[in-house]
Design a protein around this ligand. Structure first.
Ligand SMILES: [Zn+2]
Length: 253
């Protein structure tokens, strides 16, 4: 680590459970952020400024003005651009030393597996169940840690899954079947800071996984109610009937 890196990351290096080794681990980590909406914007920003060495950003959408209240990494001049290109440009201004790779398309099963395979940690920042299901199955198959978050109306939720561990529940044990309609904030609305808060929390979990420092409570669903201002937790268990994780031989991505 050179002088300017020691200076730049000095507040993290001061942490007794993080130190130089944690920072070096971050610099060598590759984190895949799928979805550059409200969650992915915030999570990718903190991962970049904290010194994660390689980010892979995947999203097929273009920036619209209705995105701006939540997607605070972007600015008005970027409306109409691919979100990943806009995000990469903003991130390069914040931390030019890290590598940012962009995938300007909705990941299909092949491209999804290829992207997940490269990553040390995967963040699901998407907004629909079909994508969440595919990401969950790719991470299960390749035994990659997955940090999944969602936000809608005044509510948010986060859960981390460590798929290299035995008998861990998976995303589909929690949500065996939901229609995209039920998960979409396009119809239901969203208050901007709730999505930001969950994006920050995703970044924290990803930083712990990538640095090897700190505890990641996996298989625990954290639910935030921004209207009431309350958190609650629920421990998940593996569903013996889960079509994704219970019968590995029948699993299809
Ligand atoms: Zn499952």
């Amino acid at each position: 680590m050179n002088e300017s890196e020691l200076d730049r990351y000095s507040r993290q290096l001061l942490l007794p459970n993080f130190d130089i080794q944690g920072q070096l681990n971050l610099s060598q980590a590759k984190v895949l952020v799928i979805g550059l909406g409200g969650l992915g914007n915030i999570a990718a920003t903190y991962l970049a400024t904290s010194g994660v060495g390689h980010l892979i950003l995947a999203d097929g959408d273009q920036l619209e003005s209705s995105n701006l209240p939540r997607q605070v990494l972007y600015d008005e001049s970027q409306i109409g651009l691919n979100k990943v290109d806009a995000a990469a440009k903003q991130i390069a201004l914040k931390n030019p030393a890290i590598k940012v790779e962009v995938i300007a398309q909705k990941l299909s099963s092949d491209s999804l597996l290829k992207a997940v395979e490269q990553a040390d940690v995967v963040l699901d920042c998407t907004d629909n169940f079909t994508a969440r299901q595919a990401i969950n199955r790719a991470c299960l198959l390749l035994k990659k840690p997955l940090v999944s978050a969602a936000a809608i109306r005044w509510e948010g939720q986060l859960v981390s899954f460590l798929y290299d561990q035995q008998s861990t529940p998976c995303y589909e044990c929690l949500y065996p079947s939901l229609s995209d309609q039920q998960l979409s904030c396009n119809e239901s609305g969203i208050i901007a800071p709730v999505v930001g808060l969950l994006g920050v929390y995703q970044a924290l979990e990803a930083l712990k996984l990538a640095s090897g420092c700190g505890k990641v409570k996996h298989g625990v669903l954290r639910l935030f109610d921004g209207f009431e201002g309350s958190w609650r937790e629920m421990r998940l268990t593996q569903d013996p009937e889960c079509s994704a994780c219970a019968h590995e031989t029948g699993m299809m991505v």
